[in-house]
Design a binder for this molecule. Sequence first.
Ligand code: NAP
Length: 254
Amino acid sequence: MVSGTGRVLVLGGTGEARRLATALVADGVDVLSSLAGRVADPVLPPGEVRIGGFGGIEGLTAWLAENPVDAVVDATHPFATTMTASAAAAADLAGVPLLRLQRPGWTAQPGDDWRWVDSLEGAAAAVAGFDRVFLTTGRQGLAAFAGLTAHCLVRSVDPPEPPLPARTTVVLERGPFSLDDELALLREHAVEVVVTKDSGGSMTAAKLTAARELGLPVVLVRRPPLPEGVPVVATVDEALTWVRAGLDRASSVD
Ligand code: NAP
């Protein structure tokens, strides 16, 4: 049910979510951004921010009943599967329009040696035989690589928690990363193979260019499928157009 409040909930944790919140706030829209609370010191968007899970589909449905909004934009990371599924189910139950904003995945270029897998476990299997592995899959899910005997370079924003591969070097850094920095890192650690999720976007794409320049293979984890029946856009501008049109409709019904 459209509430007529003019309020929009943005499920965030990505650069796109921050840019969308920034543009909506500049438009005078009442925006509430929601973050999972995974990062200790997150870059906050303008507007109101809430932090922490909703409590699954049931929790988000109840939250939407108590906190009416005219629209929800799910701008979470392409691999935030649980939140995306909860948003789809809860928005449907609550009768609130939902849009999925998801940046396009990466596309291989001439010279790339990309090896696609379906899961982090598949990625761990794909790097068997390499001795120096760069794991850029984020600090969650590293348990899938815990059995590796290779030397693993792990980069994440906050320190990763065990279980980790026995021989792990951790680099704590937040993107964006420049090509020069990525080349220097790959060379310094004598990396033989790079492992990444198909996150897409420019913030963390330099590692792919660096791998290409150094002739290194990249193991990419395929994106999980999107929930059915939810409209999807790839850019912040398209999401803005969708939100504006929805708010216009809601205010004319009011
Ligand atoms: P997830 O597995 O889909 O989410 C796990 C649980 O965290 C959800 O069920 C939900 O808890 C809570 N949650 C996730 N996103 C939330 C949000 N925006 N607001 C409130 N609660 C949220 O997702 P994840 O992979 O843990 O990612 C968590 C956050 O980090 C997301 O916001 C995502 O955009 C960001 N992120 C993820 C990745 C990645 O590779 N997965 C990379 C960069 C950034 P309840 O069930 O209790 O509601």
